[in-house]
Design a protein around this ligand. Structure first.
Ligand code: ADP
Length: 485
C-alpha cells in the first residue's frame, strides 16, 4: 500500500538468478527502510557465498549463447529494456524515492538518465570496431578484433540506485558479457525492478543476475571466484582499494568509480549569478550525496563576500522534506551515520574558526533531514578540506591568485570532478588543463551525460563509464597476425 504503484508487480523482493526469482538459501532477509519515515518498506534476501556462486555459474552458462549473438540482436533486447524503463518511469521513480529519499522529480530524472545508458550502449555495441594495421612484412597481415571480457561482476552504491547499475550492465551486455550484480543493501528494490524489466524484455536467463545480501560475503565471492573476469565497482575509496586487493590473486580487470573532493573555483571575472546557479546544481543535487558534488568552494577575494551572500540566499530557498511532497528539493540523508558525519565536519570547522551563514543542524531531532548549510572562512586545516562531505553543506574557502587556486584545488588525493567559473578564455584553458581531475565543468555545474566519459584519476578510481569509451571496459583486444600469405 505504501508503494501505490500502477504496476505492483514491479516490486520484486527476491534475488534474480538464472532467470528465476529466489529467496536466500537459508531463508534469511534484510529490511529495506524509507529514510524519510524510518519505516520498513520490504524485506529482500540476505544471500551469501552459495547464492553468489550459483549466480556466477548461471552467468557462465549463459555466456556462450549471449556472446554468439550479433551486436544488433543484443541491441534489440537492450532497446526493449530501455523502452520498458521509460514506460514504467513513474513507478520506478516512486520505488527509488521511497527507498533512497531523493525528491520524486530527481528520481524521475535519474530513471531517464539510467535508461539513456541502455539506449546508448545498445547502439555502441554495433560499433565495437577492430582495426587492420599496415603490415610490417609483405607476407603477413595484422588484424585486431574486440571480444567480450566474459563473466563480469558489479557492485553499486545507494546514491543512484538505478543509473549506477545501467551504466555498468548496459555496456557489459552490449559487449557480449554476462553479469552478476550486487546492489547496495540500502536500495535493492530499484535494482530488482530493473531485473523484472530485463526479464520482460526477454533478456535470456543467466545474462543479468542480481544477488542481494551481505556486502562482505558476496563481495568476497565475486572477487575471488576465478570464473569472474572483471569487476566494476562504484562506491567509497577504502572499499574500492579492498576490492582491488581481493581481485589481485585472480588478476581481474577492474573499473573503479570512487570518492571525490570536488573543488568549485569562482574567479573574480566570473559571472557571479551564473556561478551561483551552477553551484546550486553541483552542490545540492541528491541532497549533496553524489561523488561529484562540490566539496570545496574556492572563491577569489574580490568576489568572495558577494558570492557567499548570494549562495546563502539561494540555499535558504531550498525546500526540505519528504521526496514525495510537492516542491521539495532536499530529501533526507540516507541514514543517521551520514547525518552524524555532516554534524562532525561542521562542528570541527566552526571550532577552528569557520562562520556559519545558514543551516548547520537537523530540521528536527531524530529525523534525517538536514538544513542546507553555508560555511565561510574555511581553511585547509579543517577536516572538511580533506573529507568527502556527502551532505548539503557548502564550505567556502578564499584565495587570491590563479596559481593559488590551482594548488588548493589539486591538494587532495582525489581526482574525480572539478568546476570553475571564469570569462577569460586563456584562463579557461590554463586552469582546465592544470586541474588534476578526470572531469572538469567550465562555467557549468552539470557534467553528467551518457555520451561523455565519466571517471576519475588518483584515488578516485580507474576506467571510464559512458561515452564510446565505456564499452571498452568490457572488451578485450585480440591481435591476430596472419602469416604465410
Ligand atoms: P557508500 O555506502 O559510501 O556509497 P560503500 O563503498 O560502502 O560506499 O558502498 C558501495 C557498495 O559497496 C555497496 O553496494 C556496498 O554494499 C558495497 N560494499 C561495502 N563494503 C563492501 C565489501 N567489504 N565488499 C564488497 N562490497 C562492499
Amino acid at each position: 500500500t505504501t508503494f501505490q504503484l500502477q504496476d505492483p508487480t514491479l516490486l520484486r523482493t527476491q534475488c534474480y538468478v538464472d532467470g528465476q526469482w529466489r529467496d536466500a538459501n537459508a531463508g534469511k532477509t534484510l529490511a529495506v527502510l524509507d529514510p524519510a519515515s524510518g519505516q520498513v518498506l520490504a524485506h529482500v534476501p540476505d544471500a551469501g557465498t552459495d547464492e553468489t556462486r550459483q549466480a556466477i555459474d548461471a552467468a557462465h552458462r549463459a555466456l556462450p549463447a549471449w556472446r554468439a549473438l550479433t551486436a544488433a540482436e543484443r541491441a534489440r533486447y537492450l532497446r526493449r529494456w530501455y523502452e520498458l524503463m521509460l514506460e514504467h518511469k513513474a513507478d520506478l521513480a516512486r520505488i527509488m524515492t521511497l527507498e533512497q529519499g531523493k525528491p520524486l522529480a530527481e528520481a524521475i530524472g535519474e530513471i531517464g538518465y539510467a535508461a539513456s545508458f541502455i539506449e546508448w550502449f545498445a547502439e555502441e555495441g554495433k560499433r565495437a570496431y577492430g582495426e587492420v594495421i599496415p603490415s610490417p612484412a609483405p607476407n603477413t597481415r595484422y588484424v585486431v578484433v574486440k571480444q567480450p571480457v566474459g563473466v563480469c561482476a558489479a557492485i553499486t552504491p545507494w546514491n543512484f540506485p538505478s543509473a549506477m547499475i545501467t551504466r555498468k550492465a548496459a555496456p557489459a551486455l552490449a559487449a557480449g558479457c554476462t553479469l552478476v550484480l550486487k546492489p547496495a543493501e540500502l536500495t535493492p528494490l530499484s535494482a530488482l525492478a530493473l531485473a523484472e524489466l530485463a526479464e520482460r524484455a526477454g533478456i535470456p536467463a543467466g545474462v543479468f543476475n542480481i544477488v542481494t545480501g551481505d556486502a562482505k560475503t558476496i563481495g568476497a565471492e565475486l572477487c575471488s571466484n576465478p570464473i569472474v573476469r572483471k569487476l566494476s565497482f562504484t562506491g567509497s575509496t577504502p572499499v574500492g582499494k579492498l576490492l582491488m586487493e581481493q581481485c589481485a590473486p585472480t588478476l581481474k580487470k577492474l573499473s573503479l568509480e570512487l570518492g571525490g573532493n570536488a573543488p568549485f573555483i569562482v574567479f573574480d571575472d566570473a559571472d557571479i549569478d551564473a556561478a551561483v546557479k551552477g553551484a546550486m546544481a553541483a552542490k545540492y543535487r541528491n541532497t549533496g550525496q553524489t561523488c561529484i558534488c562540490v566539496n570545496r568552494f574556492l572563491v577569489q577575494s574580490g568576489v568572495y563576500d558577494r558570492f557567499v551572500e548570494k549562495l546563502t540566499a539561494a540555499t535558504q530557498t531550498l525546500k526540505v522534506g519528504s521526496g514525495l511532497e510537492d516542491g521539495v528539493v532536499q530529501g533526507p540523508l540516507i541514514n543517521d551515520a551520514a547525518v552524524q558525519k555532516v554534524e562532525r565536519l561542521i562542528s570541527d570547522a566552526t571550532q577552528k574558526g569557520a562562520q556559519l551563514h545558514t543551516g548547520g543542524k537537523r530540521r528536527s531531532p531524530d529525523t534525517l533531514w538536514f538544513e542546507p548549510t553555508v560555511l565561510a572562512n574555511l581553511t585547509q586545516d579543517m577536516d572538511i578540506a580533506r573529507q568527502e562531505i556527502f551532505g548539503p553543506v557548502s564550505a567556502v574557502f578564499r584565495f587570491d591568485t590563479e596559481e593559488q587556486a590551482i594548488a588548493m584545488a589539486n591538494d587532495t588525493e582525489y581526482g574525480l570532478a572539478a568546476y570553475f567559473y571564469t570569462r577569460d578564455i586563456g584562463r579557461a584553458w590554463r586552469v582546465g588543463e592544470a586541474l588534476e581531475y578526470g572531469m572538469v565543468g567550465i562555467n557549468t555545474g552539470a557534467i553528467s551525460s551518457e555520451v561523455a566519459p565519466f571517471g576519475g584519476i588518483k584515488h578516485s578510481g580507474l576506467g571510464r563509464e559512458g561515452s564510446r569509451h565505456g564499452i571498452d571496459e568490457y572488451l578485450e583486444l585480440k591481435y591476430m597476425a596472419m602469416g604465410g600469405l
